[in-house]
Design a protein around this ligand. Structure first.
Ligand code: BYC
Ligand code: FE
Ligand code: FE
Length: 479
């Protein structure tokens, strides 16, 4: 094991060459991955030279190398964080036992399902973002999109490596299936809801990288605690890549907010739309949409799956060491559960003392909600400094949910129950409508491929990448 990544056909730091059978299997999967990438990866840019970072080491300092690469030649490979010597399991029934280097037989199905679910989201996001390059606001943003896309492709490699190395024939079959499902395809959809939603404009892209990639961060933190050491090590390295995806989302949204305020100030009615910007109420609607879709990704508030994952020491809490009781057998988590009446109205509330292990999805969601709030506060500071009275906010976690205890019921953005009719009357005030979508798209019709320019609806970033200027030619078009 080495921190340094070799330059074999499949770059890796797991000494792949010493396991010929595994190497051959992955080399047989590689061309199928490339076929998938060409079919569903960024459309129209495959021959361009993109200024990308590529992992060359898993060391914290200097893991990345920056240079021009054509995306199909990106060095996708297998990078695990260094093994922690004598690592002990930090939670659940196996607390204190040595971490497993092999999959325990009785946990095989559970682990495979988690790895497949995690793996499925990665290619799904590439598929969702496939056409965005054609409406990019700048060359700087175009490059960031592609950086995110190639790294999500690499996250797929991370999960496929686990499937091939630890799950035998079923693992190989699952690795094939990961290339066959397609985001939004009614016959063979991706596994989780948010990953089948269209993400076809840049406002959605920034919301997605802010909210949905942040679910990725929290799920990866929970999996990084796993007793199954190879899963822990691969997710620990994925987290270093994930940080950039959320940076893209947060700074993207901050730049939209900043620009919108500038445009409002120059209009006598403070009308951002009249100046060709994204008005703040429209931003709020996209926020409501992607936040609620992303909340669903944490699973039900009360979940026997979550309890089994935790009990089996397979999936922990984010930063498990920050908790005191790592077995979580005695704790309870009180939850107000809505009681449904006929017709989908809320008849009342029932307080349930949920055994802590069964509430682990909600525990993780709590961490996610407060982390999401921090960036919203920053955006509101920009709005406040501009002297604009509007404030962005996270809606109630009951709003617009499709999984868990609120699914099938209706709530306003403050979490108050609504009748179906009241919901239908008001939903257009809270979620993007077809006309909002058409307006946002109209702003982004023309891509900006001149490095010196920036679309009207977004502010320039404060600085470029890796000491390069903002107007650096991050993407060299091929013709
Ligand atoms: N959509 O017990 P429940 C990322 C299913 S994002 C559709 O409440 P559980 C990324 C569930 O599978 C991170 N189905 O939930 C971001 C179950 O099915 P079964 C991805 C859903 O199992 C951006 C049933 O409903 N990683 O990396 O405790 C770009 C009842 O479920 C949904 C992971 O998700 C949904 N939203 O938890 C690129 C980590 N929610 O058993 C990448 C691995 C639930 O009835 N996955 N269901 O057939 C997990 O830990 C868990 O599977 C979940 C669900 C947290 C997703
Ligand atoms: Fe990812
Ligand atoms: Fe990501």
């Amino acid at each position: 094991m080495s921190a340094v990544i070799n330059s074999e056909r499949i770059p890796n730091n797991v000494d792949l060459a010493s396991d010929k059978k595994l190497q051959r299997a992955l080399e047989a999967w590689q061309p199928k991955f490339l076929d998938w990438w060409r079919e569903t990866g960024p459309e129209g840019f495959q021959a361009d030279d993109i200024y990308l970072r590529t992992a060359i080491s898993v060391d914290h300092e200097g893991w990345a190398h920056f240079d021009y690469v054509k995306m199909p030649e990106y060095r996708w490979g297998i990078f695990l964080a260094d093994r922690v010597p004598d690592r002990k399991i930090g939670f659940g029934d196996h607390l204190g036992e040595p971490a497993w280097q092999e999959v325990p037989g009785e946990l095989r199905n559970m682990l495979r399902r988690l790895v497949v679910t995690q793996g499925d989201t990665e290619p799904a996001s590439v598929e969702q973002q496939r056409l965005l390059g054609q409406s990019c606001p700048s060359v700087y943003d175009l490059r960031n999109l592609f950086q995110v896309n190639v790294e999500e492709g690499r996250h797929l490699w991370a999960m496929v490596y686990l499937l091939h190395s630890h799950f035998g024939r079923d693992g190989r079959e699952e690795a094939e299936a990961l290339l066959e499902r397609r985001s939004g395809d009614p016959d063979k959809p991706r596994i989780l809801g948010a990953f089948n939603e269209p993400c076809t404009n840049w406002l959605s892209f920034f919301m997605f990288t802010y909210f949905t990639d942040r679910d990725g961060k929290y799920q990866l933190l929970a999996l990084a605690e796993s007793g199954f050491d190879p899963l822990s090590r691969t997710t620990r390295f994925m987290l270093t890549e994930e940080a950039h995806h959320m940076f893209v989302g947060e700074t993207g949204l901050l730049r939209v907010v900043q620009r919108t305020c500038e445009l409002m100030k120059r209009n006598k009615n403070e009308d951002a739309r009249a100046e060709g910007g994204v008005d703040l109420p429209t931003m709020q609607k996209y926020l409501n949409l992607w936040y609620s879709l992303s909340l669903d990704l944490f699973g039900g508030e009360i979940s026997s799956n979550a309890a089994s994952f935790f009990a089996s020491s397979v999936k922990g809490r984010a930063k498990e060491e920050s908790y005191e009781d790592h077995r979580a057998i005695d704790g309870v988590y009180p939850i107000e559960v809505p009681v449904a009446a006929a017709g989908g109205a809320v008849a009342g509330w029932r307080r349930e003392e949920v055994p802590l292990r069964n509430a682990m999805n909600e525990v993780l969601r709590d961490e996610y909600v407060s982390d999401s709030q921090r960036g919203i506060d920053k955006m509101n500071r920009v709005i406040e400094e501009a002297g604009v009275p509007f404030r962005l906010r996270l809606p109630s976690r009951r709003f617009h949910r499709s999984s868990g205890i609120y699914a099938g019921l209706h709530f306003d953005v403050d979490g108050n129950p609504l009748s179906k009719e009241a919901w239908e009357r008001q939903r257009d005030a809270w979620l993007p409508t077809a006309s909002d979508e058409a307006y946002v798209k109209s702003l982004m019709e023309k891509p900006v491929f001149d490095p010196k320019q920036m679309a009207n609806w977004i502010a320039a970033p404060a600085k470029g990448l890796k000491g390069k200027p903002v107007d650096f030619e991050y993407v060299r078009r091929s013709g």
